[in-house]
Design a binder for this molecule. Structure first.
Ligand SMILES: *Cc1c(COP(=O)(O)O)cnc(C)c1O
Length: 380
């Protein structure tokens, strides 16, 4: 289990200093006041990275917990909620909304491109009676990126709160929570932040807090109720025992990002992703998307006679390397190359492109030239 190389769009590769941080001696997170300060400071680092002065919490559970907690906290029975859907995770919000008694109304678009703002505008002109809307920043199974800078302020004009799943984009793509008026922004430790899986990041705006406070009915459940976090710092008390070693390790991962500078980290993702996409196309492979590429993951159409599952099995067996296919209908069609966080680095991308090149050749695909050379030629 230990020696595999991982190129999934999360959980991704973890840097040595983050791995080591997790093993340091810790204190009692329930009663040691120094830990409350440490935790708050870690949350503040996230606020700095995603450009928000909103409350930021780190919850004890991987990405999905944040998605569910946002819906559990905002939804009351019969509430109309707009589900902006151009991918598997986008549509997935429908389940969380209906699970908590909400009425999910879908705005569904092709998976091949970003949400078309004009179409959304037209839709909202006719119907805008929604308590909140859900949308995904980067929908990972296809790698499509949505333009939050346009979508979220548009929804806000209609007083619709926004819940944004940025789990697969946060840190790898620009995310300006305050400027874009995002009410609840969600992230995960295991994606571009490059820490171990197990933590959800949630930022909550004043508007969202106000909505939760003025609910007529209680939130169903405790663990997914965001309001249990509201006064943790004032009271110096957590709702439950915090996973202190996980917090120590994500803190180190955030230091790595702040040391490099978030703008530089985003630029590093852009350069790696751009040259990867161009190289793959020149090599003779087809990308799944028509536009709206996220710089954290690339979905590649794999020819039928090879099959995505066959290719990833080959890569695992021959090179001890894990690379993903996709989900749902795409499981045997798409290869997903995760180049997020620690994997958005030259030495890491060149390693996997080499493996991909030889594996495709092994399975009978004749690419036009050498994938790494094509990458190098385009890297600027
Ligand atoms: C990874 C991911 C999540 C969290 O789900 P996991 O079960 O941890 O994979 C949520 N949303 C998106 C878009 C993701 O990529």
């Amino acid at each position: 289990m230990n020696n595999k190389t991982v190129y999934m769009p999360g959980p991704t590769n973890i840097k040595e200093n983050v791995r080591q941080a997790r093993s340091i001696k810790t204190t009692n997170p329930d009663i040691d006041i120094e830990f409350v300060e440490f935790y708050k400071n870690t949350c503040d680092k996230i606020g700095k990275i995603i450009k928000t002065t909103n409350d930021v919490y780190i919850l004890n559970g991987e990405g999905i917990l944040g998605l569910e907690a946002a819906c559990a906290s905002l939804t009351e029975k019969g509430d109309r909620v707009l589900i902006i859907d151009n991918g598997v995770f986008g549509k997935g919000f429908e389940d969380f909304v209906s699970m908590y008694g909400g009425k999910a109304i879908l705005f569904s678009e092709t998976h091949k491109k970003s949400i078309d703002i004009d179409k959304l505008k037209n839709f909202l002109e006719k119907d805008n009676d929604f308590k909140y809307a859900t949308l995904v920043h980067c929908d990972t199974p296809t790698g499509v990126l949505n333009d939050l800078s346009k979508i979220c302020p548009l929804l806000k004009k209609y007083n619709i709160l926004t819940v944004v799943d940025s789990v697969a984009a946060m840190v790898g793509e620009k995310l300006l929570v305050d400027e874009w008026k995002i009410d609840i922004a969600l992230g995960g430790s295991q994606k571009a932040i490059s820490a171990q899986p197990g933590l959800t990041i949630v930022s909550v705006s004043e508007d969202a807090k106000h909505f939760i406070r003025s609910r007529k009915t209680r939130v169903t459940g405790f663990y997914c109720n965001l309001s249990i976090w509201e006064n943790y710092y004032k009271n110096k008390k957590f709702p439950y025992t915090m996973p202190i070693s996980d917090i120590v390790s994500i803190d180190k991962a955030l230091d790595n990002i702040l040391e490099e500078g978030i703008e530089n980290v985003i630029e590093r993702h852009r350069r790696i992703a751009n040259s990867t996409r161009t190289a793959l196309k020149e090599y003779g492979l087809e990308l799944f998307l028509e536009d709206g590429y996220s710089n954290t993951v690339t979905a590649i159409n794999i020819p039928k006679n090879i099959g995505a599952l066959n290719l990833t099995n080959h890569i695992l067996n021959k090179y001890n390397t894990i690379i993903g296919t996709s989900l749902g209908e795409y499981v045997n069609k798409l290869l997903r190359l995760g180049h997020m966080g620690e994997n958005a680095k030259l030495e890491r991308i060149i390693y996997i492109l080499n493996i991909l090149d030889s594996s495709l050749k092994d399975l009978g695909f004749q690419g036009k030239g050498c994938l790494v050379e094509l990458f190098n030629k385009n890297y600027k």
